[in-house]
Design a protein around this ligand. Structure first.
Ligand SMILES: NC(=O)c1ccc[n+]([C@@H]2O[C@H](COP(=O)([O-])OP(=O)(O)OC[C@H]3O[C@@H](n4cnc5c(N)ncnc54)[C@H](OP(=O)(O)O)[C@@H]3O)[C@@H](O)[C@H]2O)c1
Length: 276
């Protein structure tokens, strides 16, 4: 129900109407906020106009105008231009405004420094399924952010998925697990489709089978909350087809590949956070 939440009457600005910015705006408009309470700016006027047509949000003419009179500012631009954007908006920001940054690998301390004044910051690591309002976000509070800000951030993030508060030092690992995670599942889907095709199935049929299987498996995990091991046992009967497949995975080191891949993503995420 719209405007019956902690976001009631709050003015929200979104800077950057790319993939994530648009997903957030759509989620907010569908789930909790009146479009007239959302103002968006992006350097790309085409994206802005298309988003306005679809969601009826307000458009700003500049980043500065976008944030003035806002209670919440969502920074949804690429990390490389975050500093430039913050320097542009800093003087127009209301002192009580909450800043939510989704820039990957940009530590809260650096964001706070860029503002050159005390600002309440919440850093979020969302993931790509936010595009279909099924995202998983982890977030951390900056030193000036309080429990009211936490509730606001939760209300914003719940508009496009689930969320979990974590200590900031955990965000690099979050990036390696749920941030990059959708690509791991997509890779498995790609390989399943290829395997089905090689064994004689049409690609479009294989794709349909694999996508629905991925959706159904995700739904079972979410609804049952059982450990994967228990769910695997329910599919794999002794001497059956699944067991034959699982033996191959085990023999060829599937588990180790996954562990090593996550470690590599974790290492890279820490390097990016350190500006390397
Ligand atoms: N995509 C993901 O799966 C994902 C996951 C987690 C976190 N994130 C984070 O989310 C943020 C946005 O990612 P994205 O994938 O949505 O990127 P994106 O699609 O490139 O969106 C960024 C938007 O900002 C615009 N922009 C560039 N300079 C600007 C400026 N000075 N003022 C206002 N807008 C400006 C860009 O326009 P132009 O294209 O014309 O430059 C673009 O429309 C990034 O910080 C990223 O690290 C993304």
């Amino acid at each position: 129900m719209k405007e019956k939440s902690v976001l009631s009457g709050l003015k929200i600005s979104v800077i950057g109407a790319g993939h994530m910015g648009q997903a957030m705006v759509r989620g907010l408009v569908i789930k909790s906020v009146y479009p007239q309470n959302i103002t968006v700016f992006d350097v790309d006027a085409k994206k802005l106009n298309a988003l306005k047509k679809e969601t009826h949000i307000r458009l700003a003419k500049s980043n500065r105008q976008c944030v003035s009179l806002s209670d919440i500012v969502i920074l949804a631009v690429k990390p490389q231009i975050l500093r430039e954007v913050i320097e542009e908006i800093a003087s127009s920001l209301d002192p009580n405004c909450l800043v939510i940054s989704i820039a990957a690998g940009m530590p809260i301390a650096r964001i706070e420094q860029f503002f050159k004044k005390p600002v309440s910051v919440i850093r979020v690591m969302p993931n790509m399924p936010a595009l279909v309002l099924a995202g998983m976000s982890a977030f951390s509070l900056g030193k000036h952010a309080n429990q009211r800000h936490r509730k606001i951030a939760e209300a914003v993030l719940s508009a496009f998925g689930e969320m979990e508060q974590v200590p900031e030092k955990m965000l690099d690992l979050v990036t390696a697990v749920s941030g990059s995670g959708p690509a791991y599942f997509f890779l498995l889907a790609e390989k399943l489709i290829e395997a089905a095709y090689e064994s004689g199935m049409k690609v479009d049929v294989a794709k349909r089978l694999v996508y629905q299987t991925a959706f159904g498996s995700g739904k079972v995990m979410l609804e049952s909350r059982e450990d994967p091991e228990v769910l695997i046992e329910r599919v794999a009967s002794k001497g059956g087809t699944t067991e034959a497949a699982l033996k191959v995975y085990q023999k060829q080191g599937f588990g180790k590949s996954v562990h090593d891949a996550v470690k590599a993503a974790f290492k890279r995420s820490r390097e990016i956070s350190q500006g390397k």
